[in-house]
Design a protein around this ligand. Structure first.
Ligand SMILES: [Fe+2]
Length: 178
């Protein structure tokens, strides 16, 4: 269940259809997928990808995406602070950044420049595609991170962050979902 927040306006929206419309109006794809499988910590990447194949496969074919994998971050992840820092500063990518949240959660921040910064809390079942060239940053939290997400790529090399060095993310570092 996603939550959209616009901190400067004090706006918070948790209705999935309203969120979908909000993002689609801005050229950002948002969707929700479901599956009947409950994963435990030992679930393999292959098991997770197979469980979502009915949604994943047509999405990849339609979008021309070539590869998918599963990323897992939790409180046992080594060097978490360094991993967090890498995506906590505003950046862009040369290809879409697509994440489907199998479990856990994380906050995607968007700076479209023509309107106030907004963010999307992504949780189990949420799919977001950050368009290539869009200024954004990501946070899974300062402590106790938990993210299990499918990543979908055309070419994994496009996922390198190009930092804007704007420092804008600093204005929102104390943000908490109410
Ligand atoms: Fe990114």
């Amino acid at each position: 269940m996603a939550i959209l927040s616009i901190p400067e306006k004090g706006v918070q929206i948790s209705d999935a259809n309203q969120i979908r419309t909000f993002f689609n109006e801005r050229g950002i794809f948002f969707d929700q997928w479901s599956c009947d499988v409950v994963f435990d910590d030992t679930a393999s990447q292959e098991e997770i990808l197979a469980a979502y194949e009915k949604d994943l496969k047509p999405f990849m074919v339609n979008g021309g995406y070539e590869t998918a994998d599963v990323i897992s971050i939790n409180s046992l992840t080594e060097n978490y602070d360094a991993i967090r820092a890498k995506f906590l500063a505003e950046h862009i990518h040369t290809e879409d950044e697509i994440r489907f949240f199998v479990d856990g959660q994380g906050l995607f921040w968007f700076n479209l420049e023509t309107e106030p910064v907004f963010n999307l809390l992504c949780q189990r079942g949420d799919l977001i595609s950050v368009p290539a060239g869009s200024k954004h940053w990501f946070d899974a939290g300062e402590s106790n991170p938990f993210v299990k997400a499918i990543r979908i790529f055309i070419d994994m090399s496009g996922w390198v962050p190009h930092y804007t060095d704007s420092g804008i993310e600093q204005n929102f570092k104390d943000f908490r979902i109410q």
